[in-house]
Ligand binder design. Structure first.
Ligand code: FE2
Ligand code: FE2
Length: 162
């Protein structure tokens, strides 16, 4: 990311990164790293994608990307894979102003594993960014080398455009 973009990205998300509840995500393990770092990776990729596609409300979409996994594992009852988007949305609403666009971004980010359909371009970007980042993060830790190399090539290709 260029310095200008880095500064703008930081301005967009700075209040979220100062929120006490949100900061606690650094103690939650997610894909072998912290949930805070995972969320930042998704937010950065989302921001870069929005800029590239010249999407006007990139600010709104980037903030929702950062909040998409705003939950602690201890807060989830039952299947966390399915249930965490709702908890992330509740936590986001309790701590920040959330628009209807952001609401759909957070609640639909596990599509198609969950049935809530992404309804706006931001939701589609975040659900794809989340999966790409998850693949990248898992590749470093769990996926065999050859599969990892193919995935890394693809992910790097996307990241190189930053
Ligand atoms: Fe998630
Ligand atoms: Fe995620």
């Amino acid at each position: 990311m260029t310095i200008n973009k880095e500064v703008e990205f930081n301005n967009i998300v700075s209040d979220i990164l100062k929120n006490e509840s949100f900061i606690e995500l650094k103690y939650e393990i997610h894909h072998g790293i912290s949930r805070l770092d995972h969320s930042l990776n998704v937010a950065r990729l989302t921001y870069n994608t929005c800029k590239k596609m010249k999407i006007k409300n990139y600010n709104e979409i980037t903030r929702a990307a950062l909040l998409h996994d705003f939950f602690k594992s201890s807060e989830i009852n039952g299947n966390s894979f399915i249930n965490h988007p709702k908890k992330a949305l509740d936590n986001s609403k309790n701590n920040f102003e959330i628009s209807s666009i952001q609401e759909n971004i957070i609640i639909s980010h596990m599509f198609p594993m969950t049935k809530t359909i992404p309804k706006n371009i931001g939701s589609w970007i975040v659900t794809l960014a989340d999966k790409m980042v998850a693949l990248y993060e898992c590749t470093k830790y769990k996926i065999p080398l050859t599969i990892g190399a193919v995935m890394l090539f693809f992910i790097n290709f996307c990241f190189i455009q930053r």
